[in-house]
Each structure stands twice: as structure tokens, then as C-alpha cells.
Design a protein around this ligand. Structure first.
Ligand code: KG4
Ligand code: ZN
Length: 346
């Protein structure tokens, strides 16, 4: 079996398109990918404006598709399957990718396949030069999700713990907003943190000793706000210290809970996926702790940590290879703005 899969991602504020080739049971290969980030457009509003996001996806998706076809030296007629993000995400934004994918599928008379966005993140390390092997613990840390999972194979996902309120990315974004750092907050806050002292402020590590693998980050932003108010006029001079202390609190909880998940399951491999996986401190501290325990840690390539089309094409390729899903010619698409990952687990 050789399949050329076109993947389209449009769940939030990046339009991503990619081409992946799946040959037999070998790890599929990425032929080309292209991305348009809407960050500059949403920046003025301090966050994603859903209606603007949808309209921009409409403008970008076909030119990006043409760009990846050109880069890979392929034509639309050579595409065997069109994969798209079916959810979770912003309904209007998802509808753009789903609509374009199904229109292309119908026009070309080829099957389409709706992919779970988080499964895309989860399998994105398979696109790296050092792909993982099953089973592994996955730490999924994005703007909307924070989950620890046991992954035994494609579609075999067991959620071990998750956030009971804000996601780790949300904690970065909301704290950054409180500090006036703009959107998206994660990269901005971690950049400022490089110049600060992480021990300067004592911030809470919610649920660190809860004995389970759940997370809670909502209290942290309140603590950051309280601290910022307390500093008053001193805040500008201490901003880097507060950013560093915030980042340290988030990262410590993520690392400790991941180690607990390894202890609980006895597994010796970790995959980190989702936007927060780009965080340098998280990579450093998790890396050091895992090296000590002779546990392997895998990340997606840095450029594929945040949303992209490659992970969607890859997840589709791996689902088709595993026989867990058939692509089909059902072009009456729907999307799932809310869609728990365990709903697609076997
Ligand atoms: O996976 P992603 O691109 O989108 C979702 O599916 O949510 O993740 C975006 C999240 C945002 O909250 C962003 O602030 C965070 O990932 N992020 C980071 C870094 N880069 C992106 N957080 C901390 N440090 C970073 N370097
Ligand atoms: Zn994402």
C-alpha cells in the first residue's frame, strides 16, 4: 500500500497543510508542510477572535495546499486521501478545513478522513528523526489541554490524569496577560523568564502532592495577580522574576506528575506533545530527570510542537495503517468542537 495523504489543520489560529506518504507499515514520511500563523492578526485583540480566524483560514488554505504540492513535486490528482481536523477546536474554524477537505475529496472522487486534533499532537513525535516506540507515557500540554496518558498503540489511549480547570498553556497565557506580555503568552513569558530569578517569588504548586495524576492551574494565575498587585510600582522592575517564578511553578508540576506516571505504570518512555512542549525549561528539567532514571524522552521537531498540518496527515496515515479507521467518501461533514480523546480510543 502506498498512500499520498493531504492533511489540513484549521482548529484554531494556524492554518496548516501537509503531504505525508505512507508505504506499507513503515513509519510514514513527511514530504512537505506549510503553515500560516494568525498570531499577528489576533495580537491586537489580546487573544483569538473566532470569526476572524475562520475568515483567514478560508483565505489561506488553498494557497497553502498549492504550496505543499509544489514543494513535494506532486499534483492534486496524485493525492489518495484528504485528512482534516474534525475537532476539538473553534467550530467555525474547523468547518473551513472540513469543508475544503470534503470539497476536494468530492471533486477528486477520493476518500476523506476526520482526525482528532489531540491525536495529531500525540503522534507528532513520529515525524521526528528519532521516532518513539509504543508503549509510552504521553504528556499532552497545549493551550486547551493538559493530560497524562498511557499510549499502547494507535487509538489505544488511557487517560491517567488531566487538569481539573485551566490547561498548562492557559496558565502561561493568562499569567502573561496579567503581566502585560500580550498573546500568545507562553513564548513571551518564557522569553522574559530567561532574565529572571525563578526563586524570587513563592508561588503555589497546585495538586503537587495530591497522590493522583491530575493537575490544577487556575489558582496559579490568581497567585500571580496577587503578587503583581502587591508589587505595585515595583512590578516593572520585578516582572522578569515573576515570569521566571511562574514558569518554574508550572514546569515543576508537569515534571513531577510525569515522573509519577512513569512510576505508576512502570513504563520507560515519554512523549511530550502540544505547544507547551516547546518550552525550554520543561525540556531541560524533564530531560535531566528522565536521564537520571534512564527513561527516554521524545519530542516533536520544534516547528511541529504547535498546531500544524503535518501532525494531522501523520495521524491519518497511522490510523489507516493500523486498520483502525477507513477513509470514506462520506462528504457530508460535521465537526466536533468538543471531543474528548478517549472517545476515539479502542
Ligand atoms: O498545541 P498548541 O499550538 O495549540 C492548542 O492546541 O492549544 O498550543 C498552544 C499553547 C499556547 O497556550 C502557548 O502559549 C503555548 O502553547 N506555548 C508555550 C510555548 N510555545 C507555545 N508555552 C510555554 N513555552 C513556550 N515556549
Ligand atoms: Zn493544538
Amino acid at each position: 500500500m502506498s498512500l499520498l495523504i493531504l492533511g489540513i489543520e484549521s482548529s484554531c489560529d494556524e492554518t496548516g497543510v501537509a503531504l505525508v506518504r505512507a508505504e506499507g507499515s513503515a513509519v510514514p514520511t513527511l514530504l512537505a508542510h506549510a503553515l500560516h500563523s494568525q498570531v499577528a492578526m489576533h495580537e491586537a485583540y489580546g487573544g483569538v477572535v473566532p470569526e476572524l480566524a475562520s475568515r483567514d483560514h478560508i483565505r489561506r488554505v488553498l494557497p497553502l495546499t498549492q504550496a505543499v504540492l509544489n514543494e513535494a513535486g506532486e499534483s492534486l490528482a496524485a493525492v489518495d486521501v484528504v485528512a482534516y481536523t474534525r475537532g476539538p477546536g473553534l467550530a467555525g474554524a474547523l468547518l473551513v478545513g472540513a469543508g475544503v477537505a470534503c470539497a476536494l475529496g468530492a471533486a477528486l472522487d477520493i476518500p476523506v478522513l476526520g482526525v482528532h486534533h489531540l491525536e495529531g499532537h500525540l503522534l507528532s513525535p513520529f515525524l521526528s528523526s528519532d521516532p518513539p516506540e509504543f508503549p509510552f507515557i504521553a504528556l499532552l500540554v497545549s493551550g486547551g489541554h493538559t493530560q497524562l496518558m498511557r499510549v499502547d498503540g494507535v487509538g489505544r489511549y488511557e487517560i491517567l490524569g488531566e487538569t481539573i480547570d485551566d490547561a498548562a498553556g492557559e496558565a502561561f497565557d493568562k499569567s502573561a496577560k496579567l503581566l502585560g506580555l500580550g498573546y500568545p503568552g507562553g513564548p513571551a513569558l518564557s522569553r522574559l523568564a530567561e532574565q529572571g530569578d525563578a526563586k524570587a517569588f513563592k508561588l503555589p504548586r497546585p495538586l503537587l502532592h495530591s497522590g493522583d495524576l491530575d493537575f490544577s492551574f487556575a489558582g496559579l494565575k490568581t497567585a500571580v495577580l496577587t503578587q503583581a498587585k502587591k508589587l505595585g510600582d515595583e512590578l516593572p522592575a520585578r516582572k522578569a522574576d515573576l515570569a521566571a517564578s511562574t514558569q518554574a511553578a508550572i514546569v515543576e508540576v508537569l515534571v513531577r506528575k510525569t515522573l509519577a506516571a512513569l512510576d505508576q505504570t512502570g513504563l520507560r518512555r515519554v512523549v511530550v506533545a502540544g505547544g507547551v512542549g516547546a518550552n525550554r525549561l520543561l525540556r531541560e528539567q524533564l530531560g535531566a530527570a528522565c536521564t537520571k532514571r534512564q527513561v527516554r524522552v521524545h519530542y516533536p521537531e520544534l516547528a511541529l510542537c504547535t498546531d500544524n498540518g503535518a501532525m494531522i496527515a501523520m495521524a491519518a496515515a497511522m490510523r489507516l495503517q493500523s486498520g483502525r479507521q477507513q477513509a470514506n467518501r462520506g462528504y457530508a461533514f460535521d465537526v466536533k468542537p468538543r471531543w474528548p480523546l478517549d472517545a476515539i480510543a479502542a
